[in-house]
Design a protein around this ligand. Structure first.
Ligand SMILES: C[S@@+](CC[C@H](N)C(=O)[O-])C[C@H]1O[C@@H](n2cnc3c(N)ncnc32)[C@H](O)[C@@H]1O
Length: 290
C-alpha cells in the first residue's frame, strides 16, 4: 500500500511509516502545532577515562617524554554515558530539524521528554531554533507508582516548547481550561468561579488503567495534557502533527477541538489502535497506510 498523500484541503491522516521517510513528503510550513513524545532510549553504558601527563621533577614518573623528562600519568574525570544516547540524538536530531521545517511561521513545537534527555534537548533545540525561540519548559507533574527511598522520587515529565518565530507565534490563553484557585477565599467570587490560568507546572493524573480514555497502548499520554497545548497553540481548522503518535492522543484531542491532524507511527499496533480511536475524525480513504 502507498502512504496517504497530505493536501491542505484533504482529510485527517493516520500514517503507518517511519517518520524519517514520511516527513520529507510534507511541504514546508504546513503545521501550526507539532507535538512529539519520542521513545526513550536506554542502552549500553560507555565509559571513558580521561588521562593527562604531568612533568615529574624527581624522575619517578611512569613515562619518559621530551628530552628524557619524566612524566606521571594522572587519571582525570571518568566520563560515563549511555552509548544509546549518541545513537538517540543521531536518531532524533534530523527528525526535529524536519519539525522546524514543517512548522508554519506562527507555529509551535512541543517536545515531550523526561529528566534523562531534556537538558541535552534544550541545548540542541536552542541551536536548531535559536534561543530566542524558546517559549517554555512545561513540567507535567503526576503522582503514581513506587517511591524511591535513596533519592527524590521522579514524578514529572518535561515538555520543551519552541516557536518558529517569537514575533509571530499563535498563543491564545483564552482557549485554555482554567484551574481552581488554591485559596479561593483570597480572591473575588467572580475570579474564584472563573478559576486561574495554568502556569508552566501542570498537575494531571496519568491515564487511568481502568478509565474510558485507556487504549491499552504503553506510554499513552492523557488527553487533558494535550488539550491545553492544542487549545493554546492552534486555531480551529489548523493542521497539527504528531510523528511519534503511538495511540493517537494528539489526533483524539485535535478531532474534538476541530483541528485537522496527521498522526504517524511505524508500529503496526499503534496504527491499528489509532485507526479505531480516530475513526470518527477520518475518512475511510484517509485511514489507509504504507
Ligand atoms: C512514547 S510513544 C508515543 C505515545 C503517544 N504520545 C500516546 O499518547 O500514545 C512513542 C512512539 O514512537 C513510535 N516511533 C518510534 N520510532 C519511530 C519512527 N522512526 N517513526 C515513527 N514512529 C516511531 C513508537 O512506535 C511509539 O509508538
Amino acid at each position: 500500500m502507498t502512504e496517504p498523500a497530505w493536501t491542505p484541503g484533504g482529510s485527517n491522516l493516520v500514517v503507518h511509516a517511519d517518520n524519517a521517510a514520511y516527513l520529507p513528503t510534507l511541504p514546508d510550513g504546513a503545521f501550526t502545532m507539532i507535538y512529539v513524545d519520542p521513545p526513550f532510549n536506554t542502552g549500553r553504558a560507555q565509559r571513558r577515562q580521561q588521562l593527562s601527563m604531568v612533568r615529574n621533577a624527581d624522575g619517578t614518573g611512569d613515562r619518559v617524554g621530551f628530552k628524557g623528562m619524566s612524566y606521571s600519568t594522572v587519571k582525570g574525570m571518568l566520563a560515563s554515558y549511555d552509548d544509546a544516547f549518541e545513537d538517540y540524538w543521531d536518531f532524533l536530531a534530523p527528525r526535529l530539524a524536519e519539525a522546524w521545517r514543517l512548522l508554519a511561521e506562527d507555529g509551535t513545537l512541543y517536545l515531550h521528554l523526561d529528566y534523562r534527555e531534556v537538558h541535552y534537548a534544550k541545548v540542541m533545540l536552542d541551536s536548531l531554533f535559536g534561543r530566542e525561540c524558546f517559549l517554555n519548559e512545561i513540567i507535567w507533574a503526576y503522582d503514581y507508582g513506587a517511591r524511591a527511598k535513596r533519592k527524590w522520587p521522579a514524578k514529572h515529565d518535561n515538555i520543551l516548547v519552541y516557536v518558529k518565530d517569537p514575533a509571530r507565534y499563535h498563543f491564545n490563553s483564552a482557549e485554555v481550561d482554567r484551574e481552581p484557585y488554591m485559596a479561593p477565599g483570597l480572591v473575588t467570587a467572580e475570579k474564584a468561579a472563573l478559576g486561574k490560568l495554568p502556569t508552566d507546572v501542570w498537575w494531571h493524573t496519568i491515564v487511568s488503567p481502568t478509565g474510558r480514555e485507556k487504549t491499552g497502548y504503553p506510554t499513552q499520554k492523557p488527553e487533558g495534557l494535550l488539550r491545553r497545548a492544542v487549545a493554546a497553540s492552534s486555531r480551529e481548522g489548523d493542521w497539527v502533527l504528531d510523528f511519534f503518535a503511538g495511540s493517537g492522543t494528539l489526533g483524539a484531542v485535535a478531532g474534538k477541538l476541530g483541528r485537522r491532524f496527521v498522526c504517524v507511527d511505524q508500529n503496526p499496533q499503534a496504527v491499528e489502535i489509532m485507526r479505531r480511536r480516530l475513526a470518527p475524525y477520518c475518512e475511510p480513504a484517509g485511514r489507509s497506510s504504507a
